[in-house]
Design a binder for this molecule. Sequence first.
Ligand SMILES: C[S@@+](CC[C@H](N)C(=O)[O-])C[C@H]1O[C@@H](n2cnc3c(N)ncnc32)[C@H](O)[C@@H]1O
Length: 206
Amino acid sequence: MKKTIEEHADRFSEIAGQYDDSQNSDEYRACVSLVVEHAAPSADDTVLDLGTGTGAIALALAPDAKRVVGRDISEGMLDEARRKAEEEGLENVEFGEGSFREPNVEETEGEVDVVVSNFAMHHLSDEEKREAVEVVAGLDPRKFVLGDVMFFGTPDPDEPFYSPEVDDPSTVGHLADALTDNGFSLTAVERVHEQVGVLVAERAGG
Ligand SMILES: C[S@@+](CC[C@H](N)C(=O)[O-])C[C@H]1O[C@@H](n2cnc3c(N)ncnc32)[C@H](O)[C@@H]1O
């Protein structure tokens, strides 16, 4: 991680009010749509959204799920997410503090059916992403949908889709290895851009 958790949290809390308006790239929007489409929760499902931010994915999935739990390290982003949930009258979504390392979901009593994460895991180093996948696998979901900055080839250094000083994206190969090493099968790989994609991982044999 190129910044500490606290630095990332402060950075996002500072821009929380403008975050939604700033996310206007075609690639970000495509990723949101694909993560929502692949998550496809049923009415009995509990969904966990890690690095939920202002709740783009969590709020979109709430009408189809039994319950959605959004976790983030930035109180400012979480406040925005809660404000939007109230505005939209969504009562089955809950936002609170939690990280990839400690998602803080004990109250779901081991019943996380689907885990999603969009544009958040690239803040972690390769090793931390592997640890995060282990944590997700430990929750025993049937599906993990990961949308993020990820390298399908060698990224053009003159056109990074990310900020090298704060972001640390992995190759698709590294993410695929971490997922399959933790008992997932990759059931879809969506390439949105050479540096952006969505991976759908399901429990092998599940
Ligand atoms: C670019 S935003 C994406 C927010 C949202 N998922 C979306 O699609 O709009 C990244 C979010 O990841 C959160 N984040 C960064 N590091 C994190 C960590 N280690 N654990 C949980 N969330 C983290 C940030 O606070 C921020 O809200």
